[in-house]
Design a protein around this ligand. Structure first.
Ligand code: UD1
Ligand code: UDP
Length: 357
């Protein structure tokens, strides 16, 4: 008999989204397989998440590794095509907006295997972002679309997706945060890294910030001005390591560079931070729920509820330090958790999938 559900994950942000869905489907007794494309492969970008989040070992690791967009997407497609042809799952589940998501969507659609998209409908309306292309194509082809926020539902509706295919279920990334909340020990991580009580966390990896030497130099200036206010801990994503080093980013005495951190360690650090500087999608959401001020170094966000409900604020590089100062001075209002970000998105997703099966 063919497998019922086949999940495709590939990159760091996929893992915290997949974990609650796999767990909830297990409770439904659904027969499932997990495929890891190998888009991310370093211990600290991948294995540590499987261990910490209780994800099962992948049944298959395609081991595709890094490459240009076309090479990476094409290699994942080739690997998935033969696998899905063989396995013929009843449903494929894809997560987020990375190249692994797009590749799996294209392959499933052409093999006429229905697929569900977790985190459908997010739009930055900025096609210079590779993720925006991935989102648009994936949503166009998906059979079942799971939305994390009302704006995402509205985008899908305005693009002509039938209402009965859209399910507003909340945010599985937040399920993972809530399940792990008791493990997030800010005091311990602060002691381990010998940090003062007040510090900033920065995580930056978007091509628009780190790929170009000029952008990286401006980013370094902005982070240095913030480090003049408070020490900055920066777990460095491998994408930007070389260009940020060349920009002088790591030369400021109060910029503390560390390797990418495990989920528990990173969110422990965030939980104790005075503010977070980021361009990450997931971190905008997590800081919203943790109530930590978040300065997002981007001109737009596909996650507007983190601004309307949460602690997020879009800033440009020139204005970063002023915004950090203001965030530190401001008495933070208690964040309003966005609707259905209640830790039960995985269960809702599993209910819909169980009905479909
Ligand atoms: C990818 C996603 C991005 C997501 C990010 C999360 C796409 C198009 N982009 O960007 O949406 O926000 O993951 O982290 O899918 N590298 C390593 N070790 C690894 C993985 C990557 O050294 O384990 C280095 C390689 O030099 C690689 C570079 O990072 O070329 C970029 O990796 P890639 O997966 O292409 O894109 P990300 O920038 O990680
Ligand atoms: N994260 C982590 N360690 C780090 C940086 C980020 O565990 O050093 C987590 C973060 O808390 C969130 C996820 O990785 O759960 C987000 O991934 P990333 O920022 O790489 O991707 P994006 O969300 O921007 O697509």
């Amino acid at each position: 008999m063919s497998v019922q559900v086949l999940h495709v994950t590939g990159a760091r942000p996929n893992f915290p989204k997949a974990a609650p869905v796999v767990r909830a489907l297990r409770e439904h007794g659904v027969d499932q397989r997990l495929v890891h494309t190998g888009q991310h492969y370093d211990e600290q970008m991948c294995d540590v998440f499987f261990r910490q989040l209780g994800l099962p070992e992948p049944d298959v690791n395609l081991g595709v590794g890094s490459g240009s967009h076309a090479v990476q997407t094409g290699t994942i497609m080739a690997g998935l095509e033969s696998l899905l042809s063989q396995e013929q799952p009843r449903l494929v589940v894809v997560y987020g907006d990375v190249n692994s998501t797009l590749a799996a969507a294209l392959v499933a659609a052409k093999l006429r295997i229905p697929f569900a998209h977790v985190e459908a409908g997010l739009r930055s309306f900025n096609r210079a972002m590779p993720e925006e292309i991935n989102r648009l194509v994936t949503d166009r082809l998906a059979e079942i679309l799971f939305a994390t926020s009302p704006d995402a539902v509205a985008h899908l509706a305005s693009e002509g997706v039938a209402a009965d295919r859209i399910h507003f279920v909340g945010n599985p990334m937040i399920d993972t945060l809530m399940v792990n909340l008791d493990r997030l020990d800010a005091v311990r991580i602060r002691a381990a890294l010998r940090l003062p009580e007040q510090y900033l966390v920065a995580t930056l990896h978007r091509p628009s910030n780190v790929d170009d030497a000029g952008d990286a130099a401006e980013l370094a200036k902005a982070v240095h001005a913030s480090a003049d206010l408070l020490p900055v801990v920066m777990p460095v994503h491998p994408r930007g390591r070389a260009s940020l080093a060349a920009s002088g980013m790591f030369d400021h005495p109060r910029v503390r560079v560390v390797d990418p951190m495990g989920y528990v360690e990173f969110l422990s650090l965030v939980r104790g931070a005075a503010a977070v500087i980021t361009d990450s999608g997931g971190v905008q959401e997590e800081t919203t729920v943790l109530g930590i001020p978040c300065l997002t170094l981007r001109p737009d966000t596909e996650r507007p509820v983190t601004i309307t409900h949460g602690t997020n604020q879009l800033v440009d590089r020139a204005g970063l330090a002023v915004s950090v100062r203001a965030a530190l001075d401001r008495k933070q209002r208690a964040p309003r958790t966005p609707p259905l970000w209640d830790g039960r998105a995985g269960e809702r997703i599993a209910d819909v999938i169980a009905d479909f099966l």
